[in-house]
Design a protein around this ligand. Structure first.
Ligand code: PTJ
Length: 250
């Protein structure tokens, strides 16, 4: 890490995340456009007050429920997610025996190999991705590539920070698509079956915690009452309320 961030710096978490993304670009894990994606995420996180809002807590419950009830769940990992939440994802994968699949938008074989190695070092249940022997219908190569044993055969796929087209293609395959996206207006947020409008750094440990806590019966109940459109609307209203309160014009 290049910068020396004081332990008591009020924005330490945010600065550490920035450093992780910048270091990830230097080490070939993160695509350079990941810097831009991260900046966009930071802006939305500011609007949320850099804390998990109540609607996201409901989406986290629904995500946990859907992963618990899945027959073939898979977690898709890209460059930004790996450097920000690799350890937390590996811990969830290990505890609930969910395979991870490295699946990236800006695909090069070199980055794929680096990311698979990076994730394997956290000791998850399994890391797929190098065996990308199947294609997601409706997407051009190389973005359509995925593992026949992973994303292709999954019924529920957790894809944080996903591109809108791919989210749509996965939904068209009949999968339950769970995403984490700080931007409630993004195409991915709108396309997904369950959108957690929160920072991936906070959301993944929270999903893990809820998966440990929910019974299968409770999971059925949670899923039965979750409507993504309504939850996204609640996230937007939360931001609106927050801005009104901050402006003093409530
Ligand atoms: O590693 P690759 O090649 O798969 O590329 C990954 C990125 C993220 C660069 C690629 O998927 C991309 O360009 O994504 P987009 O289309 O910019 O979308 C990223 C979305 O994630 C945006 O809506 C951001 O607001 C959001 N986002 C960024 N950082 C975070 C985030 N959401 C949650 N947590 C974050 N830390």
């Amino acid at each position: 890490m290049k910068a020396d961030i004081p332990a008591d710096h009020p924005r330490r978490g945010s600065l550490l995340a920035r450093e992780a993304i910048a270091d990830g670009v230097d080490s070939g894990l993160v695509d350079r456009t990941g810097l831009i994606a991260h900046g966009r995420g930071e802006a939305f996180d500011y609007l949320l007050g850099e804390a998990t809002p109540p609607p996201a807590m409901m989406a986290i419950d629904a995500a946990a429920a859907s992963l618990l009830l899945a027959e073939r769940p898979v977690i898709s990992v890209n460059g930004n997610t790996a450097v920000l939440s690799g350890k937390a994802l590996a811990s969830l994968s290990r505890a609930h025996r969910i395979p991870l699949e490295v699946n990236i938008f800006h695909r090069t074989e070199e980055r794929m190999a680096r990311l698979v190695r990076f994730m394997e070092d956290f000791n998850p249940h399994r890391v797929l991705g190098l065996d990308a022997d199947a294609t997601i219908p409706g997407l051009a190569q190389p973005r359509s590539r995925c593992s026949s044993d992973g994303i292709f055969a999954s019924d529920v796929v957790l894809v944080p920070l996903e591109d809108g087209d791919r989210a749509q293609a996965l939904v068209s395959m009949g999968k339950t698509v769970v995403t984490v996206d700080l931007n409630p207006l993004s195409r991915t947020a709108r396309m997904a079956s369950i959108t957690i409008v929160d920072n991936v750094v906070r959301a993944i440990p929270a999903v893990h915690e809820r998966m440990d806590a929910l019974s299968l019966e409770e999971a059925e109940e949670v899923l039965g009452s979750f409507v993504n459109e309504d939850n996204l609307a609640a996230s937007l209203l939360y931001i609106e309320e927050r801005l009104r309160a901050l402006s003093g014009k409530r």
